[in-house]
Design a protein around this ligand. Structure first.
Ligand code: KG4
Ligand code: ZN
Length: 350
């Protein structure tokens, strides 16, 4: 049995988790509220908040897991990509902690961690819907994806269609050529003055709106690649024109606007995922990353998978946005391969 302490600090969430093999014992996340008033993450403030949060968060993760520090076999940490000042806090802490304990370090790529979150076992708490059987199951009873499978990784910083042939044999089939999907959603929310991060607010308001009320064009991009900057601009220009005629247009049509822009983005995302799965004859499709918390994306993926008799893998909410549990599962798979990190390794931002 292997006990891993994992640390995530790549952006604006300070998180620590403890796993025993692939089972999650604790997952503590301190989200930084300080960025809300600025409408986006301020890197300097993020690294300062990580400094304040890291010790209490790690302490809480160890206590909640019911283990002693001496039980830890390895320390896993996000090495990149992310904000340098944020990464430095987690990386330095992990190195010091592992050195003090005399235990090995395991470096983890943040994007791989998001995708591998599908392999975390949870004994209690959240349940997931088994799309093939229409049942709600605790995650311990939920079938894990088997290779090969396709994963749409959608977050505030990344939008990629990945083909997983093994835990660390991952082919990127397509990526965004400009903004990430989450970034586009957050910018649409900002235009409507809905606060930051706008994704969860758009998701909530969209439930009351008509998704066909307004149409926004999606670009024609080669292969499995995406582009989101045009959608954002067409949304901005659409509102600018309407506001000239009707100054309270946003207030009057908020739910319809949210539902329509959400449908535009989700349909664009899933059209290419469906194509990729058909082309590669893959019958299992997963989503990961912060935007995978979106309820419309989750239900649409299930609908498409049911249509094709594919299996959909939808992560529990706690593993969608940034968290250390996903870093822990990636570190566990590297630990059993004996893939350890040297203490001199610096973080990387891209
Ligand atoms: O993975 P994540 O926590 O951080 C990055 O690595 O970027 O993703 C954050 C992104 C933000 O853009 C946020 O608005 C979006 O995920 N997000 C959502 C939802 N929850 C978070 N977008 C749409 N619907 C949601 N329910
Ligand atoms: Zn992330």
């Amino acid at each position: 049995m292997t006990t891993i302490l994992a640390i995530e600090s790549s952006c604006d969430d300070t998180s620590a988790a403890v796993l025993r093999d692939d089972r999650l014992l604790s997952n503590v996340i301190a989200s930084q509220k300080v960025h809300e008033q600025y409408g986006g993450v301020v890197p300097e403030l993020a690294s300062r908040a990580h400094q304040q949060n890291i010790i209490p968060v790690v302490d809480a993760a160890i206590r909640q897991a019911g283990i002693e520090k001496t039980d830890i076999d390895a320390v896993g940490f996000t090495r990149g990509p992310g904000l340098l000042g944020s990464l430095l806090v987690g990386v330095s802490f992990a190195k010091s902690f592992a050195t003090a304990l005399g235990k090995p370090l395991v470096e983890v790529n943040h994007l791989q961690a998001h995708v591998l979150s599908h392999f975390i076992r949870v004994d209690s708490g959240e349940c997931v819907v088994d799309s093939t059987r229409g049942q709600v199951l605790p995650t311990t009873h939920y079938p894990l994806p088997s290779f090969p499978f396709i994963c749409l990784l959608v977050s505030g910083g990344h939008t990629q269609i990945l083909l997983l042939k093994d835990y660390f044999d991952i082919e990127c089939l397509g990526t965004t050529i400009d903004d990430a999907a989450g970034e586009a959603i957050d910018k649409a929310a900002k235009i409507m003055d809905l606060g930051y991060p706008g994704g969860p607010v758009i998701d909530r308001l969209a439930k009351e709106g008509n998704a066909d009320a307004f149409k926004f064009a999606t670009p024609h991009i080669e292969g499995y690649n995406y582009s989101f900057s045009g959608i954002k601009t067409s949304f901005l220009y659409f509102l600018r024109d309407r506001l000239k005629e009707e100054p309270d247009f946003i207030e009057q049509h908020k739910a319809d606007l949210c539902a329509s822009i959400q449908k535009t983005i989700v349909s664009f995302l899933l059209k290419k995922v469906e194509r990729a799965a058909l082309d590669h004859k893959v019958r299992q499709v997963a989503i990961a990353g912060g935007v995978s918390a979106n309820s419309y994306l989750r239900s649409e993926l299930q609908r498409i998978c049911q249509k094709h008799h594919w299996q959909a893998f939808i992560p529990p909410f706690q593993f969608c946005t940034d968290n250390a549990a996903m870093v822990g599962i990636a570190a566990y798979f590297k630990y059993i391969k004996g893939d350890f990190a040297d203490i001199s390794l610096p973080p990387y931002t891209r």
